[in-house]
Design a protein around this ligand. Structure first.
Ligand code: ARG
Length: 267
């Protein structure tokens, strides 16, 4: 009896040792470290739901980049969908480990979070009913102009409205809400990035977009991290690798060229 207990105790200690040892080694599915990514999945082709009802998991350019990077680093990826305006607070309180959401690394945001290098650039456009022909902020005088809450588009529109005077800014939580309200005529136009505007216009032929020429320097997307996160450097290294080995270009082609061609030919 005693002997058996002793053997049992020994084998228990031995197996505990193996488990603990396993935790430090790479791989080993059961103890892969999970990292949580925040996004606002209203932003095709960066992050969006393939069904109108928003079922399933978000897909897109950002999701593919995040999947590649976390695969390379041996992490399991969980994507958390939230309002864009909630992403910086979620990073600051460390409820999420990083964010990819077509987010522009502005000076103001750099006070609260850290950023990777820029992985894609974009320009702002005016989205409005087909035929309305707004080309500049000046053309929006006397109009109601929608922007997504907490975005660089809101910043830019606010500055322009202050300069020009008679423009009413209408912030909304989701880009999809902006689109609905322009369609319904409750707002006259929305300020949306070209790549994303293109995605929405493809499925809404009653809308059109025009690039804004005077649109400012606030553009480009980068990965955001809580301040001093140990992920920042690791992610940046893989991102650099992706820029050099053609992987990023492949994803640009997949989401910004092939994806629209498929949509066009499906119509
Ligand atoms: N690039 C803009 C910004 O950083 C808009 C990003 C909005 N992203 C989104 N997933 N809705 O403010």
């Amino acid at each position: 009896m005693k002997r058996r207990a002793l053997i049992l105790a020994f084998s228990l200690i031995a197996s505990l040792g193996t488990i603990a040892g396993c935790g430090n080694s790479e791989g080993g599915d059961s103890d892969t470290q999970k990292v949580v990514m925040a996004t606002s999945a209203d932003y095709p082709p960066y992050e969006f739901y393939e069904t109108a009802k928003g079922e399933g998991k978000p897909v897109g350019f950002d999701i593919d980049i995040a999947t590649y990077i976390t695969d390379e680093l041996g992490y399991e990826l969980e994507v958390k969908d939230m309002d864009f305006n909630g992403i910086i607070p979620a990073l600051q309180s460390k409820r999420v480990d990083f964010a990819m959401s077509g987010m522009t690394p502005t000076e103001e945001r750099k006070q609260s979070v850290d950023f990777s290098s820029i992985y894609y650039d974009a320009k702002n456009t005016i989205v409005a009913a087909t035929g309305s022909d707004y080309k500049s902020y000046q053309d929006l005088t006397g109009k109601k102009v929608g922007v997504q809450l907490g975005t660089t588009q809101q910043e830019e529109a606010k500055t322009k409205a202050e300069e020009i005077g008679d423009i009413t800014i209408e912030p909304r939580n989701k880009v999809s809400d902006l689109i609905q309200e322009v369609k319904a005529g409750r707002i006259d136009a929305a300020i949306i990035e070209d790549t994303v505007a293109k995605g929405y216009i493809n499925t809404n032929p009653d809308l059109a977009f025009t690039p804004i020429e005077e649109s400012g320097e606030l553009s480009g997307s980068a990965i955001a991290f809580p301040k001093d996160s140990e992920l920042t450097e690791k992610f940046e290294n893989v991102l650099q690798e992706m820029k050099e080995n053609g992987e990023l270009e492949k994803l640009v082609k997949k989401w910004f060229e092939d994806y629209y061609e498929e949509q066009d030919s499906a119509e």
